[in-house]
Design a protein around this ligand. Structure first.
Ligand code: PLP
Length: 380
C-alpha cells in the first residue's frame, strides 16, 4: 500500500541550501580538522589506502581486524596484499581482548579497531595492547566523526586514523586521513574529483530537504527528477563516482576532495551539529524505551552519535515498513565478507542479522524524532 506520509526522513543529513551562502568560519578549531597531519580525500577508503603505504605495511603482513566491519575497509586492506586475522566483537560491540591475544602471531604488524556509530572502544586498552606487542594501531573513525571518549576526541590514539565526512555532515563526499605517527613522508598529491559526480551527490543532498519538510509526494517528485538526471548521465557515458557504497572502485582511490565540499565544510557549525545529534539521540532513546531493544540506551561522555542502533527480530520487514512510512533506516552491515570464517563469530552474525539504525541527524527537529518513534511503534 502507498502511504502518504507527513515526512520522508532520509538516513543522512540533507543539505539546507542556506548553508551554501553562510559566512565561512575556521574549521581549524575542531578535531580532526585541526590535526597537524591531515589529508583530504574523496572517501575514507581512499584515506586508508594512501595511509597504509605511509605506515610501511607490506604485502603478507598480518592485521588484526574486527569481525564486525563494513566490508569495504576489509577489501581495501586485502587489495594491499595484507593478511587479515579476525577478532571477536562482543554483543556489547566491544573488542574481545582475550581473543585478540589468542590470534596474535609473529607476523602480526597491526591492530585495526572500529568505533561503532560514534561509540568509543577503549583507546587506552587498545593503545596499550598495540604498544605491548609492538603493533601499529589504525583507528577507524568512519562512523565517529566529532566523537570523543572521556579523555580525548576519537582518532587521536591511532598511529593513523580515518574519518568519513559525508555520513555525519551534509557534504557530497569526503574522507580524512590523520597521521599521528611522524613518518617523514607525505602521501602523493590526490587527483581532482569528477565534477558531475560531485554535482549529482550535492543535488541529492539538496533534494532530500524536500521530504524532510513536506512529506511523501513532493519527495517522490524529487526522486523522479533524480532518476531522469541519472539516466541522462548514463547516456552521456559518465559512470558515477559512487559514495556510500560497499563496492571498492579502485580507480577512485587516488581521488581527493572537491572545492565544493571544502566550501560547505567551512560553513558548518560543528558544535551545533554535535549538540543536535546528541539531543535527538536522547529524545529517541526515551521515546523507544520498552518499545524496541536499544543497543546503547545511554549516551555517555562526549559521544557524537551517527545513528540510533536498535535490534529487531525481522530486520528486513522493519526496514521495509519504516521506509514505506517515510523513515529511512540503515540496513546495517548485513553482508558477510567471504574472507571471514562464517561460523566463528555468532555474536557478530546476530548483529548483522538484527541490527538496524534509525536516523537522528542534525536536520531533524523534535517533531521528526517523534515521528520516527511513532513509526517504529507501528511496525515492531
Ligand atoms: C567502518 C568503516 N570504515 C570505512 C568505511 C569507508 O568509508 P567511505 O565510504 O567514506 O569510503 C566505512 C563505510 O561505511 C565504514 O563503515
Amino acid at each position: 500500500m502507498m502511504h502518504a506520509n507527513r515526512y520522508h526522513i532520509p538516513q543522512l543529513q540533507p543539505l539546507p541550501p542556506s548553508i551554501l551562502v553562510n559566512r565561512p568560519a575556521a574549521l581549524s578549531s575542531f578535531y580532526p580538522f585541526n590535526a597537524v597531519d591531515v589529508y583530504y580525500y574523496y572517501l575514507a577508503r581512499n584515506a586508508l589506502w594512501n595511509g597504509i603505504d605511509l605506515l610501511g605495511l607490506s604485502p603478507g603482513d598480518e592485521v588484526l581486524m574486527p569481525a564486525y566491519h563494513h566490508g569495504v575497509e576489509v577489501e581495501t586492506l586485502l587489495r594491499k596484499g595484507l593478511k587479515l586475522r579476525y577478532y571477536r566483537i562482543g554483543a556489547d560491540l566491544q573488542v574481545d581482548f582475550d581473543h585478540l591475544r589468542e590470534i596474535l602471531t609473529e607476523r602480526t604488524r597491526c591492530l585495526y579497531a572500529i568505533h561503532y556509530f560514534g561509540f568509543p572502544q577503549s583507546n587506552e586498552k587498545l593503545s596499550a595492547f598495540a604498544r605491548q606487542h609492538q603493533l601499529l594501531y589504525i583507528e577507524d573513525c568512519a562512523l565517529a566523526l566529532l566523537s570523543g571518549s572521556e579523555e580525548q576526541p576519537l582518532g587521536m590514539a591511532g598511529d593513523l586514523s580515518i574519518f568519513c565526512l559525508y555520513k555525519t555532515l551534509p557534504v557530497p563526499h569526503g574522507g580524512l586521513l590523520v597521521m599521528n605517527r611522524s613518518v617523514g613522508r607525505r602521501p602523493a598529491f590526490p587527483d581532482p574529483p569528477d565534477l558531475l559526480s560531485t554535482a549529482s551527490c550535492l543535488g541529492h543532498r539538496l533534494l532530500d530537504n524536500v521530504g524532510l519538510i513536506s512529506g511523501t509526494w513532493p519527495y517522490r517528485i524529487t526522486q523522479e527528477f533524480s532518476a531522469v538526471a541519472r539516466a541522462v548521465k548514463h547516456r552521456l557515458g559518465r559512470p558515477q563516482a559512487q559514495v556510500d557504497s560497499d563496492l571498492l572502485q579502485e580507480d577512485l582511490l587516488p581521488v581527493g576532495i572537491s572545492q565544493l565540499t571544502r566550501h560547505i565544510l567551512r560553513r558548518l557549525d560543528l558544535e551545533a551539529v554535535k549538540t543536535r545529534r546528541q539531543e535527538n539521540y536522547r529524545l529517541l532513546s526515551s521515546l523507544l524505551e520498552g518499545v524496541v531493544e536499544r543497543v546503547f540506551p545511554e549516551l555517555l561522555g562526549d559521544v557524537c552519535p551517527l545513528f540510533f542502533p536498535v535490534c529487531v527480530e525481522d530486520k528486513a520487514k522493519v526496514h521495509r515498513e519504516l521506509n514505506t512510512r517515510g523513515v529511512e533506516s540503515v540496513y546495517f552491515w548485513s553482508k558477510k565478507h567471504p574472507d571471514v570464517p562464517v561460523d566463528m563469530f555468532p555474536e557478530v552474525n546476530r548483529l548483522r542479522d538484527h541490527l538496524l539504525e534509525l536516523p537522528i541527524h542534525q536536520g531533524m527537529s523534535r517533531a521528526h524524532v517523534e515521528y520516527v518513534a511513532e513509526k517504529v511503534r507501528e511496525v515492531v
